[in-house]
Design a protein around this ligand. Structure first.
Ligand SMILES: [Zn+2]
Length: 215
């Protein structure tokens, strides 16, 4: 995490006349965005489901693969295909960002908190023939769209350490088990069982920002 990004959250905390509300954001391929404050329960978190971006990505990679096997120059055709998919995928990303930031703004002095994934945005063209790259393409684009939209709306953006957020219990902080989209806490004194893992991660991400801001 860059010190500039950390400072952004700290400054917001110091200058705001009311306490800031960190909103943790978890991005993914199925649930594109899960958003929550540190004090929420997973059921109350905000979420935007995707329209199966992995399947769209698969179509693109398959079509590009078919063109590439033609044995002649297909760059122009690949570019047209990639552009067509770009508009559809990009529309999902922008819509998810807009709806999320609208929800974020309903809180008092919100700070949008993202995981510092350290992954750079890649153009769709660079990954057009590899369906396995859907996450590598989608997640940084979602984060970038969210951060851009938030800044346009005057909402500060902070980044936190992503280490273990998907395996840490949002309530007690112990490590638990994640299976498919569900999270089970293994602490016998904690009753978090089978909650939505993305929404739980969003709560954990918000909690981490609170620690950063207090420090
Ligand atoms: Zn727990």
């Amino acid at each position: 995490m860059s010190s500039t990004r950390r400072r952004e959250a700290t400054v917001a905390a110091e200058t705001a006349s009311v306490p800031v509300t960190p909103i943790g954001i978890d991005v993914g391929e199925k649930t594109l965005v899960a958003a929550a404050t540190a004090s929420m329960e997973p059921a109350d978190a905000f979420a935007v489901e995707g329209h199966d971006p992995a399947r769209l990505f698969d179509y693109l990679a398959t079509a590009v693969g078919a063109l590439q096997s033609a044995g002649f120059e297909t760059d122009a055709g690949e570019a047209q295909l990639t552009a067509a998919f770009w508009y559809r995928l990009r529309a999902q990303v922008l819509d998810a960002a807009a709806r999320t930031v609208q929800w974020v703004r309903s809180h008092s002095a919100p700070v949008l908190v993202l995981e510092d994934l350290g992954r750079r945005q890649r153009p769709l063209w660079a990954v057009r023939d590899d369906a396995e790259q859907v996450g590598a393409w989608l997640l940084p684009h979602l984060q970038s769209a969210l951060a851009g939209r938030a800044r346009e709306a005057g909402v500060p953006v902070a980044y936190v350490d992503p280490d273990g957020t998907s395996r840490e219990c949002h309530r007690c902080g112990e490590h638990g088990e994640r299976e498919k989209q569900r999270f089970w806490c293994t602490n016998p004194d904690c009753d978090v069982r089978g909650v939505d893992a993305d929404r739980s991660a969003a709560i954990t991400i918000a909690s981490r920002a609170e620690v950063d801001i207090r420090d």
